[in-house]
Design a binder for this molecule. Structure first.
Ligand SMILES: NC(=O)C1=CN([C@@H]2O[C@H](COP(=O)(O)OP(=O)(O)OC[C@H]3O[C@@H](n4cnc5c(N)ncnc54)[C@H](OP(=O)(O)O)[C@@H]3O)[C@@H](O)[C@H]2O)C=CC1
Ligand SMILES: Cc1cn([C@H]2C[C@H](O)[C@@H](COP(=O)(O)OP(=O)(O)O[C@H]3O[C@@H](C)C(=O)[C@@H](O)[C@H]3O)O2)c(=O)[nH]c1=O
Ligand SMILES: [Mg+2]
Length: 287
């Protein structure tokens, strides 16, 4: 099986590349960074698909700078909506499946309890709107697809809340973090293992197109995630900061973020028989 993988320098792309390199899954990997496949260039996608003739596409590349997207709408939509549309149309043309990633930020955060795949998205920010447009274009293309909607992704590399907090909590005297936005931290390494399980099932002839929520179980707020990170730093004798909770109104950002974006992942568990760790044990397992 020939896999075309985008975004290999991102958190999830790098984790998938690493997981594939360790796996026994027979495959050939076409691993493409921004220089080998610039998703903002309209002709490059069709050219890459024709040149490589993959059997499956995995697209973790995205415009993920949530605040910057507010003033950079065209770039966010080019990479998060138009590029996935072109990848999906290419997949439909070649008769191959597409594995894609989306976000909890497609929801408005107002629900009490975990969001279902059947709930209506209503993004509060440009990033969420661009990711939703990508989902919709993929569904409309008619290609076989799995869209994994995940949340609060972190890893030991790249740009993420985990590494930002490790830096701030080990340098400052005080750090304030919002305690009124709820969701579920998700390790990139676990997402990569989920993708490998999907590839395994696909090689065995199984496929179930659709959107799947994909996070560990449980819910916390950003402060709760920061507390777990602080505990890790304390165990390394590197914690310098006192950590306090604040309301979002005390942490103004260009993009509005959902108050509750916990995702119910029973559909993923039921359809693909994928086990979900709780977010705290995932945190210790993957870092
Ligand atoms: N990070 C998170 O918290 C969450 C992420 N997601 C989704 O999961 C997926 C993976 O996210 P994650 O790995 O964290 O994202 P990252 O920001 O870590 O990586 C995104 C990758 O996309 C690449 N990219 C950006 N623009 C282009 C372009 N024009 N052409 C080619 N490549 C480009 C970047 O390249 P370069 O390295 O060169 O900049 C980067 O390697 C995305 O779909 C994201 O929307 C969903 C929920 C939460
Ligand atoms: C750095 C920092 C952030 N915060 C707040 C701001 C924000 O509400 C929250 C998280 O901040 P960040 O900017 O790290 O996270 P953010 O960029 O909103 O993360 C999102 O990224 C995209 C790609 C997704 O798809 C989402 O699932 C989600 O992971 O924490 C504090 O309260 N104190 C701080 O010191
Ligand atoms: Mg951010």
């Amino acid at each position: 099986m020939k896999i075309l993988l985008t975004g290999i320098n991102g958190q999830v792309g790098a984790a998938i590349q690493q997981a594939l390199s360790r796996s026994t899954l027979p495959h050939e990997l076409i691993a493409l960074d921004r220089h080998r496949l610039d998703l903002s260039e309209s002709t490059s996608i069709e050219r890459a698909l024709d040149a490589h003739q993959p059997d499956i596409i995995i697209n973790p590349a995205a415009y993920t700078a949530v605040d910057q997207a507010e003033s950079d709408q065209d770039a966010a939509f080019a990479i998060n909506a138009i590029a996935p549309k072109q990848l999906a149309e290419g997949a439909a043309r070649l008769g191959i499946p597409l594995i894609h990633f989306s976000t909890d930020y497609v929801f408005n955060g107002s629900k009490q309890g975990a969001w279902l795949e059947s709930d209506t998205p209503q993004p509060l920010n440009v990033y969420g709107a661009s990711k939703l447009a990508g989902e919709q274009a993929i569904a409309a293309s008619g290609c076989a697809h799995v869209i994994l909607r995940t949340s609060w992704v972190y890893s030991g590399g790249g740009k993420n809340f985990y590494l930002t907090m490790r830096r701030l909590l080990s340098q400052r005297d005080a750090v304030n973090v919002v305690d009124d936005q709820f969701g579920t931290p998700t390790p990139a390494g676990w997402l990569a293992e989920v993708v490998l399980q999907l590839l395994d099932r696909w090689q065995a002839g199984q496929w179930h197109s659709g959107i799947y929520h994909c996070t560990p179980t449980g819910v916390t707020h950003w402060l709760g995630f920061a507390e777990a990170i602080a505990a890790q730093l304390a165990s390394e004798q590197r914690l310098t900061a006192k950590l306090s909770g604040i309301p979002s109104s005390d942490y103004p950002t260009p993009a509005q973020r959902p108050a509750n974006s916990q995702l119910c992942c029973n559909k993923l568990r039921g359809t693909w028989a994928i086990a979900l760790p709780d977010w705290q044990s995932a945190f210790t397992t993957y870092l």
